[in-house]
Design a protein around this ligand. Sequence first.
Ligand code: ATP
Length: 477
Amino acid sequence: MTRAFDKVPNSWHEQIINLLAERVVIVDENGIILYINEGYCEFIGTTMEEALGRHVQDVIENSRMHIVAQTGLKELASVQQINGSEMIANRFPIVEAEQIVGAVGNVMFRNPEEWRMYKSKIQSLVDELNYYQAKVQRDLQSKYSFQDLIGDSPNFLAAKTLAQRVSRSDSSVLLIGESGTGKELFAHAIHHDSNRTAASFVAINCSSIPEHLLESELFGYEDGAFTGAKKGGKKGQFELASGGTLFLDEIGDMPLTMQSKLLRVLQEKEVVRVGGHKSIPVDVRIIAATHRNLERMVEKGDFRQDLYYRLNVIKIDIPSLRTRKEDIPAIAKRLLKKLESRFFRNGIELSSEVTERLMQHSWPGNIRELENVLERSINVLDGKYILLMHLPLYLRDRETEGRNAGILHNEQNVSLSSISSAEPIKILPLKETLVQAEKQAIERALVVTKGNKLEAAKLLEIGKTSFYDKCKLYDIN
Ligand SMILES: Nc1ncnc2c1ncn2[C@@H]1O[C@H](COP(=O)(O)OP(=O)(O)OP(=O)(O)O)[C@@H](O)[C@H]1O
């Protein structure tokens, strides 16, 4: 059988080795040097004549070639001290007919200068890494303060004042409010004003992480804890937040088994990583949030009562937007400023009829819905003024809005006087009204979630199959 290397003339072999690697040494199974190239000899101050046939330990300082020739285990990027400098060495066993017959090794950097030259080449990669490390660090800071919480209505101010007052304490805070009311913003602001502000603010959404990953996400895992686990293990959010604040969003969606584990950590103030045994102390302030009625969940056995009491030390109710409509113009102004910088626009204003219409709407998706409505309007806007025509259909159609407000939000008092007396009140058959209400609710949910159907189904608290069926029925894409 012809072997590929046979075609390469013998006289080339040494040249090839010298060209591909500057410093090469080859030993037999006893560690006797069979070959050492000139580059290596020059580096360690010897000659080929002196080195060949001697044991590698007698020629090369701190060599491990004889060990590799015995164990058969390669050693990559191993640090070896030669002539007072740290070198990077690679060592490979040579195997013939399943027998270890020797080893080949090379040294990569002759001196620190060489290493620096190499380093300068990878400096851009190192810079990039540093940039992302700083970014992660920034992401672990609170991004909002109380100044970002816009609103002067009495119910909103009461919530904001309470949050400000408790921010410096270490007690747990439970933020209750409908979706999009600003719970996460409150959590940021509380951390920002606390004594923990120099440490991390770590946010985790308990509903968006699959149940089987939640435990390792929160408490971390040890090396080899499960298939696919990162080598060396991983810190959990509790450890990352140590000294700072951990924001547990959508706590009402946490599975019962996890609730017990969370309670244990809150009581013991220490975590044990998945697959580990060591207890790691953690000093974390908890802010939890939910749009669910936790008391009712406790009654139904869906939420642990002891955990509820532990989280509910300070409860802050964040009012829905429809209960503080007077705040809408100021909030819309702030949101427009935010959107302007995102869309590289400026000077955008709401026309007075749009402001009026926004004040009439019942905002089931709260400030997030308002933000999405404004974003949509900017997208279809050529000039500077947002007019009624730039609003989504469901907001333009004021008659339907007035008619359905009571159906969609029967907790809200809809006064008949809010429907213009110039427009006759049209009464449709109940079935048709319900169909329209359902269609509108789906459309609104899609606006609030920016077209995300799974999120919309969740908001409406219906299954995804039923949601898709209804979209098909109403021809909603
Ligand atoms: N008081 C406020 N002033 C200005 N903007 C606000 C205010 N409250 C919330 N927002 C904005 O509204 C959006 C939704 O807020 P946030 O995510 O904090 O709500 P949430 O209650 O946590 O929602 P969810 O329950 O769906 O997670 C964000 O873009 C936020 O910046």
